[in-house]
Write a protein that binds this ligand. Structure first.
Ligand code: BGC
Length: 763
């Protein structure tokens, strides 16, 4: 590693300012006289979009493997497989001369309408964080960098360059930052990309609290922060906030603004030097991996197929799948002939080859005859003739397989979806075909949930095959014919209808702001809290076999938060074919100071089992599995008490439940102040010691005073106010309650409270 400090000391102010802005669309600014080379970045996240001329913004990129997009990856629940994909992506970066791949994306799926949901993993921060960390570790294990994006709270496309996501601190920490935090702590991405939007009124690109205080100082992020392309408004403010590298470049005026700001004293040169140091560190790190050679196109295509087949989710199966012995298979839908396997926008990959779904089916259907009808057009028009033709084919077949792809005009980067629906033509097609053919299988290609209520009862099977990557056509055929037993499980809830979704009444905002009014309650956290039925729950997916859970155990019934717990359970394959099961562990807090979701995912493991085989699965829970972020303590806290450990096959299918007792080892600071309520005084360990005896007296006196002489002192009747007075007092500030009783007190109410506070501090 070069002596970075010595290079910085030799750089001119102009060189430093220029380094903090790109030289082109995809490169850093080199400083040739000091031996600082250029570093090349490319999108990301599920393939390498390396344009032949790295200094040009828009061009068709060089061929690279298009892996499945993140919705599919997360549905594998297989961190090792994602690590392998990361290694393969790195090999392609090395062959294509890319130093840093711009991905993965770890934003939360706040609403299923988010246009870029296909690029994100989950509605659950734990799962998204595990996936992101694994992909980063995979890529970086080969000496190629990553860019964890888009930090933070970039959960919609509507006004994505400007809207302010208005989020309370606890929701930000527990839902929108957690996946980033996990990925940073578990994998140290070389770079983090800030998002376009504002968070609570400040552009993410200038957000000192997010970029410097939390990301760099609190989480210990060592890499550089890069702007999303065009996210910087004020370069000097961004540097002060902690944004090291602005992209794309060149931006001469911005460079000059930085130079002027240092010269005028507005910007401390030490701030600039720190960004220069972070950039140089990554630029030189990138040089340690020579970029030469070729990658193995076939092997990577094969890996893409494997990942696709592990991520597909069998949503419904009345027994028609796997296909066996059908003589005439009607294949319907244009995505059987024109595979739909990725989304539009910056992640769009130029694939090395594409497995066409129809051909792949044909290759596996040795003894069957296949016929094909297009079924629906590429645009939003309605074409009855196409439906009639498909119906004609389906009528005479033994089974109809409908390939239904959500078109790009409905789902892409840059705009949100207006609804959860397929096109009118696609819905009419499914209904018409399933009317004449009782064995109808629907294969979906989309990046986020679609509504199915209009037709799901009429079909025999539904396979969610996502934006499945370039080899997905082969993976679909493998699953349909039972060569692969499906094992994907949903990483996001499929709602029954749009109006059921958590952010519905706060979406997409307007007048510059979007209020995250549902708070912590997104995804299954919301449906749990509302006790609302869904189409398919989080964590759900069918297999061609069945699994039984037994013998659940925890390493200790009573434990300290810092020690965590190990949960074990035996899983048995009770069917006739080999298969894989993902065991999920959710934690339910029986009683908490602040309201918590009903349950939260805190661990998972995927196991492969032969028919009849049993394996013991172990899942580790740690401090954070039981903690929540307390905005007043400004830290993650645990509370003494009982927790249920739910061992589950999906969020709606709890197989085993164990209760454990946690002892908190935290010594929390006292947060009582002169406005604290009586309930807060009594709930605080020190507050109750100081105030407890006074409370007793106060209770006796108050009940007497307000009972109006009635018999039951709790509920005053005649002459009084007909209520439980202490209940009402409990949620009033102590000082306010005392004010009402001032005449009987020896000193002013404020002084009494001040005295209590002094005693508490002294404890
Ligand atoms: C996207 C990023 C992408 C960048 C470079 C932006 O518009 O939001 O995800 O990495 O462009 O293409």
């Amino acid at each position: 590693m070069k002596n970075i400090q010595s290079i910085i000391s030799q750089m001119t102010l102009e060189e430093k300012a220029a380094l903090c802005t790109g030289a082109s669309a995809w490169t850093t600014t080199p400083v040739e006289r000091l031996g600082v080379p250029e570093m090349i970045v490319s999108d990301g996240p599920h393939g390498v979009r390396r344009v032949p001329d790295v200094h040009a913004m828009m061009m068709e990129s060089l061929p690279a493997t298009c892996f499945p997009t993140a919705s599919c990856l997360a549905s594998t629940w297989d961190v090792e497989l994602i690590h392998k994909m990361g290694e393969a992506l790195a090999e392609e970066c090395i062959a294509l001369n890319v130093d840093v791949l711009l991905g993965p994306g770890a934003n939360m799926k706040r609403s299923p309408l988010g246009g870029r949901n296909f690029e994100y993993f989950s509605e659950d921060p734990y799962l998204a964080g595990e996936m992101a960390a694994s992909m980063i570790n995979g890529i970086q294990s080969r000496g190629v960098g990553t860019s964890l994006k888009h930090y933070a709270a970039n959960n919609q496309e509507f006004q994505r360059f400007s809207i302010s996501a208005e989020i309370d601190e606890r929701t930000l920490r527990e839902i929108y930052l957690t996946a980033f935090e996990k990925a940073v702590k578990q994998a140290q991405p070389w770079t983090v990309m800030c998002s376009y939007n504002k968070v609570n009124g400040t552009f993410a690109s200038e957000h000192h609290y997010l970029l410097t205080e939390i990301l760099k100082n609190e989480w210990g992020f060592e890499g550089l922060v890069v702007s999303d392309w065009g996210a910087v408004r004020d370069r000097v403010a961004a540097l002060k906030g902690g944004l090291d590298w602005e992209m794309p470049g060149p931006q001469e005026r911005r460079v000059k603004a930085v130079v002027d700001a240092v010269n005028s004293g507005e910007l401390d040169e030490a701030v600039l030097d720190e960004s220069v140091r972070r950039i140089l560190r990554i630029v030189f790190k990138a040089q340690e991996t020579p970029k030469t050679g070729k990658f193995d196109i076939d092997a990577h295509h094969e890996l893409a197929r494997k990942i696709a087949s592990e991520g597909m989710v069998l949503l419904k199966n009345n027994g028609i799948l796997p296909l066996k012995g059908q003589q005439h298979i009607a294949v319907i839908g244009r995505s059987a002939e024109t595979a739909h396997f990725q989304g539009g926008g910056s992640s769009h990959i130029h694939p090395t080859k594409v497995a066409m779904p129809y051909k792949e089916l044909q290759a596996r259907a040795e003894n069957s005859e296949l016929t094909y009808a297009e079924g629906y057009p590429s645009d939003n028009s309605f074409n009855q003739g196409m439906i009639d033709q498909a119906v004609g084919l389906a009528q005479s077949a033994d089974v109809a397989i409908l390939y239904i792809a959500l078109p790009t005009f409905k789902e892409s980067e840059g705009y949100d979806r207006p609804d959860l629906d397929l096109t009118d033509q696609q819905i009419a097609l499914i209904k018409a075909v399933s009317k004449v053919q009782k064995h109808t299988v629907v294969v979906l290609n989309n990046g986020a949930p679609v509504a199915m209520s209009a037709w799901i009862d009429d079909v025999d099977a539904v396979l969610e095959s996502w934006m499945m990557g370039q080899a997905g056509g082969a993976a679909v055929a493998d699953v349909l014919f039972g060569r692969v037993n499906p094992s994907g499980k949903l990483a996001e809830t499929f709602p029954l209808k749009l109006s059921d979704t958590p952010a519905h009444i706060n979406w997409p905002g307007g007048a510059g702001e979007v209020h995250y009014g549902e708070g912590l309650f997104i995804g299954y956290r919301y449906y749990d809290a509302k006790e609302m039925p869904v189409l398919f729950p989080f964590g759900y997916g069918l297999s061609y076999t069945t699994f039984a859970y037994s013998n659940a155990k925890v390493s200790a019934k009573n434990f300290k938060d810092v020690d965590g717990l190990t949960v074990t359970v035996d899983v048995t394959n009770t069917g006739n074919v080999a298969g894989k099961e993902t065991v999920q562990v959710y934690v339910h807090d029986q009683k908490s100071g602040l309201r918590r979701p009903e349950k939260e995912l805190k661990g998972f493991a995927k196991v492969e089992l032969k028919p009849g085989e049993t394996k013991s699965v172990s899942i580790q829970l740690d401090f954070r599995s039981f903690a929540y972020y307390h905005p007043e303590y400004k830290q993650w806290i645990t509370e003494n008490g009982e927790f249920d450990i739910l061992i589950a096959a999906s969020a709606a299918d709890i197989r085993e439940s164990l209760t454990v007792t946690l002892e908190s080892t935290l010594n929390l600071p006292c947060i009582l102040d002169k406005e604290s309520t009586i309930r807060e005084w009594m709930a605080d360990p020190r507050g109750s010691v100081v105030f407890g005896p006074f409370y007793q007296m106060m209770e006796t006196e108050s009940r007497k005073l307000f009972s109006g002489g009635g018999e039951d002192e709790r509920y005053a009747t005649d002459g009084a106010i007909g209520m439980d007075i202490m209940e009402m007092f409990s949620d009033m500030p102590l000082v306010s309650v005392l004010m009402f009783q001032q005449s009987s007190l020896p000193m002013p109410a404020e002084d009494i409270v001040a005295g209590f506070l002094a005693q508490v501090q002294a404890l």
